[in-house]
Design a protein around this ligand. Structure first.
Ligand SMILES: Cc1ncc(COP(=O)(O)O)c(C=O)c1O
Length: 404
């Protein structure tokens, strides 16, 4: 028996004893994670990029980007790399250079909080509309802000029901609207159509703010030219996760907000920084990791990664259907939706489930071999109860701005 196998990590009190074998504990954690990796296909973290250069060179000291990314000074920081990341993501989204601001966050949730906080400061009486397929962080943030939230129904595939949005807006037209569109819902990777949302607001003559929660799909859709924050888009802000498509080995993300939406922030005397971000101290290592992904692969490299991952997702749908498991996906998606299999299969493959449907996600780095092994397990399992495949809107050509 190896040292790590003989160690139990169940007892936290044992682990904080001064005599604990630290190396064995770390070996145990790495061993468990390595053992689980081959069957981890349910959560959206890419596993194909190698960040060891950054971890080796920078990983053993504090890099603190406290304050605003445009601040200078302080001790060791990576704000110059953070500014490069913000510029790259904003350029990829065609965001106007004279009306943009952003920073590297702890993840999609902080990005949503930062953007909705800015929108709520500008429109304090606004009602906040979001679909029932929106991430759970959205209603939580609405509650934290003390705002009024309005849930909007979705179509069976997870995309917002714009007729229901119109009905909800029409009953509240005397208040401004903050609408959260999701670009890549958590369960099915559905993309809300920002042009349809804008049309609803225009028709009801309601002004406000349009935020896009693009935690998973922001970068791949932007690289396709299908998600744009240009002037015509009417989109005021976007939040993206860094540990999803870019597979950064620490939770992180990027938020971008139109500068014209933000209100002035205070200067903190003792840090000599502007208080523009949700947290004070901020992880400079995350900014360096994001920058490394961008600098080493560029737009073409990341577009290629997205294309390969989508091909694998299409392959997974074909293979599942061939063994009688009725699976489907959106044409842009890495996510493959299928009827929920037995608990044994779900646990082994770490699938995310919501009642009758589950998903696997073909993130960059997942292999044909993993998909084949998963399909073999399903082929051997009890046949699924059939779930109807939702009628998806045709995946039309990109609109000149916004999402489609
Ligand atoms: C649509 C959506 N928004 C936000 C989040 C939250 O992102 P994070 O875990 O980076 O805070 C997720 C995570 O799964 C998500 O799917």
């Amino acid at each position: 028996m190896t040292r790590y196998q003989s160690l139990s990590l169940a007892d936290a009190a044992d682990l904080s004893r001064a005599s604990v074998d630290v190396t064995a504990v770390l070996d145990h954690l790495v061993g468990d994670a390595d053992a689980a990796a081959a069957t981890s296909i349910g959560f959206p973290g890419a596993v194909d990029l190698d960040y060891s250069e950054v971890i080796t060179r920078l990983g053993n000291r504090l890099w603190n980007n406290i304050g605003d990314p445009l601040d200078e000074g302080g001790t060791a920081h990576t704000r110059v790399l953070e500014r490069a990341v913000i510029a790259w993501v904003a350029d990829t989204l065609a965001m106007p250079a004279d009306d943009r601001w952003g920073y590297v966050t702890t993840g999609g949730t902080e990005g949503n909080l930062s953007a909705l906080h800015a929108a709520h400061r500008r429109h304090p009486t606004a009602r906040v509309y979001y679909s029932t397929a929106a991430h759970y962080s959205i209603p939580k943030i609405v509650h934290m802000l003390g705002a009024r939230g309005v849930a909007v129904n979705v179509h069976p595939g997870g995309e917002m029901d714009y007729a229901h949005l119109a009905a909800q807006v029409s009953r509240r037209r005397r208040w401004p609207a903050i609408v959260v569109a999701t670009a890549g819902t958590t369960l099915t990777e559905a993309v809300d159509d920002t042009a349809s949302i804008r049309a609803v607001l225009d028709e009801h003559e309601v002004h406000g703010h349009l935020h896009v929660d693009a935690a998973l799909s922001g970068i791949p859709l932007a690289l396709d030219g299908r998600l744009r924050l240009d002037d015509g888009s009417g989109i005021g802000s976007i939040a993206i996760s860094g540990h999803k498509f870019l597979g950064v080995p620490t939770p992180c993300g990027v938020v971008l907000i139109r500068d014209s939406v933000r209100k002035a922030a205070g200067r903190i005397a003792y840090t000599a920084t502007l208080d523009t971000t949700v947290t004070g101290s901020r992880c400079g290592l995350a900014a360096a990791l994001l920058w490394h992904a961008i600098a080493t692969h560029g737009r073409e490299g990341h577009h290629w990664r997205a294309t390969q991952a989508r091909r694998l997702a299409a392959y997974a749908v074909d293979q599942l259907n061939a063994v009688g498991w009725r699976a489907w996906r959106y044409p842009h998606a890495f996510t493959v939706v299928l009827p929920t299999p037995s608990e044994q299969v779900r646990k082994k493959w770490v699938l995310a489930s919501d009642g009758p449907i589950s998903h696997l996600i073909c993130m960059p780095g997942i292999t044909h071999g993993q998909i084949d092994a998963f399909v073999a397990d399903l082929a051997a399992a009890a046949p699924p109860r059939l779930i109807p495949r939702p009628r998806l809107r045709p995946d039309g050509p990109p609109s000149p701005s916004g999402t489609r």
